[in-house]
Ligand binder design. Structure first.
Ligand code: NAP
Length: 503
């Protein structure tokens, strides 16, 4: 008997830290960690203790015998990771992590006489909260946790799709720290608008910016700004009830919607737009979005990928979940022979292989969809060229293998990635949408740090922020130990008075 990790794995490696026999890999210090899409339990080495399942913040780990429906495949997915490797067991690794809840994360020595630090963390999403967790659990710092919105959570609250309740559950783990006696939460305060970067710095020994990447990348194509062309960031914020996005921001009057991009956000949007609204009832979906979905005319969502199925940006677990759905048809547009070839010749472990059982069809793009029910069409090797229409999108010209193809559609959703937004007072690299840094230290601004997407760019799921925060907090502590932080001219308690005056 063994446990297996399933679809919602967030890769934050909480499970690795508690496994007594080191049977979960890759671990954060192994090379694969940065490239695999999830973690895997070695069924040979697992002793069935369940510690990993208890520690998992997103309820992704189950005993193999309890796996049902689409999750059953994960017994094999976990085992396959180890199939060609020497078993990594307690016997071959003599340092199992017994009782490692309190295992120190940092290998540096913090002098016991180091005064408690006052640290501000700006941003309550996963990156900010992993930094907060490190500071509260491994140092005696006092933390001022700031968010511009009146509700904490960042992308866990306003980015994770409402039909992924297990993933959203990690928000509860983060929220526990909001009540920590050494933390004070300051919501509804925007740094760079209500208070300046300098003002936050003046009241704290150090400031960590975890402000994410809140805008949408653009395509720079003609017609992109026509009504009917929307950024996926808007759609995601809309169905999650983000206060910045009006309830009527998304109009679902078109029968065919084209989603440009092949990342997990594109899959999230395609899934939500084609899910029976009754299934979404009772989730955290915004009530206005649910009402609009009930009235939606959508019958087809086209996922437009500029590369082939072997190179799609979505992760395997998210694709698997889509394939397993029996309430919609998932078909592959057979317009380009490279697509069929990639699927038919895909080696084991290639995500194109998962598409093998799907129907391949030539689609008539000039007319509205005629089929019964709802479907998602995967169109690979096709990039957008021009948004067509005068006062409203009526089509999208896309590349085809021989010549451009016009797809008749009334709504195009651009899911081509997020982009960072500058914070007034911090340096900013416009091209990457990030704040220039070294190991999390902001260039030329001692005592100022970055973590998460504003540091690394907008890629990687929730768990990737854990290692990212470890690096940033590590740099901060190194600077504190080396005396590089200086003394703030004002006391932290006065910051809250300033905040009260400005909000
Ligand atoms: P992403 O993974 O970077 O995907 C962006 C997609 O847009 C790619 O398919 C990319 O194609 C395409 N693209 C970019 N520029 C384009 C252009 N000019 N024309 C056509 N296509 C273009 O970004 P994302 O989907 O926004 O996701 C951001 C991060 O959040 C990812 O790490 C993702 O895994 C994570 N996330 C995870 C989940 C989950 O685990 N369920 C959910 C949501 C988001 P190329 O690949 O060819 O560049």
């Amino acid at each position: 008997m063994a446990f297996a990790i399933t679809q919602t794995c967030c890769s934050d490696a909480s499970c690795v830290a508690v496994c007594p026999v080191n049977c979960i890999h890759p671990t954060p210090d192994e090379p694969d960690f940065r490239t695999t899409e999830m973690l895997y339990i070695d069924p040979q080495a697992c002793i069935d203790c369940g510690a990993c399942a208890d520690a998992c913040p997103v309820d992704a780990i189950f005993p193999v015998e309890d796996l049902t429906g689409p999750l059953q495949a994960y017994a094999e997915v976990n085992a396959a990771y180890y199939a060609d490797r020497d078993p990594i067991t307690a016997a071959s690794d003599p340092s199992p992590n017994f009782h490692s809840w309190n295992r120190p994360v940092f290998d540096r020595v913090i002098p016991p006489d180091l005064d408690p630090l006052d640290v501000a963390v700006v941003g309550t999403g996963p990156a900010g909260m992993y930094a907060v967790e490190d500071l509260l659990l491994h140092t005696n710092a006092k933390v001022t946790l700031i968010d511009r919105l009146p509700v904490a959570g960042g992308l866990v609250r306003y980015g994770v799709a409402p039909d992924h309740p297990s993933t959203k559950k990690i928000g509860e783990t983060f929220a526990r720290f909001h009540d920590h006696p050494r933390l004070r939460l300051q919501l509804g305060l925007e740094v760079g608008r209500d208070v300046t970067v300098d003002e936050v710095a003046e009241h704290h020994d150090a400031v960590i910016y975890a402000v994410g990447a809140s805008s949408a990348r653009g395509l720079n194509l003609p017609g992109e700004d026509l009504p009917g062309s929307l950024a996926a960031t808007t759609v995601v914020a809309w169905y999650n009830g983000h206060p910045d996005v009006p309830a009527d921001a998304v109009d679902l009057a078109a029968e065919r919607v084209v989603v440009v991009g092949n990342g997990n956000v594109a899959l999230d949007v395609a899934r939500i737009l084609t899910t029976d609204p009754a299934v979404l009832e009772g989730t955290t979906i915004a009530p206005a979005a649910l009402e609009r979905l009930k009235a939606s005319k959508i019958r087809e969502v086209v996922l437009l990928g500029r590369r082939g199925p072997e190179a799609a940006a979505y992760t395997e677990p998210e694709l698997r979940a889509l394939i397993e759905r029996d309430d919609i048809d998932l078909v592959v547009d057979a317009h380009d022979p490279r697509v069929g070839r990639a699927i038919d010749t895909a080696p084991a472990g290639d995500k194109a292989r998962l598409l093998k059982g799907l129907e391949r069809k030539a689609v008539d793009w000039s007319a509205p969809p005629r089929h019964d029910g709802r479907r998602i069409v995967l169109r690979f090797h096709s990039a957008p060229v021009t948004f067509l229409g005068e006062s409203q999108v009526r089509g999208l010209r896309t590349t085809g293998p021989a010549e451009d193809v016009e797809i008749a559609t009334g709504e195009v959703i651009r899911a081509v990635g997020y982009h960072g937004t500058p914070v007034d007072g911090l340096p900013f690299d416009e091209r990457s949408g990030t704040v220039p840094h070294t190991g999390g230290r902001v260039a030329d601004q001692p005592g100022t740090y970055v973590v998460g997407w504003i540091k690394r760019g907008p890629s990687g799921g929730i768990g990737a922020n854990r290692e990212c925060a470890k690096e940033t907090v590590g740099s901060l502590l190194d600077d504190a130990v080396a005396g590089r932080l200086g003394t703030p001219p004002r006391k932290r308690k006065h910051f809250f008075k300033l905040a009260a005056r400005r909000t």
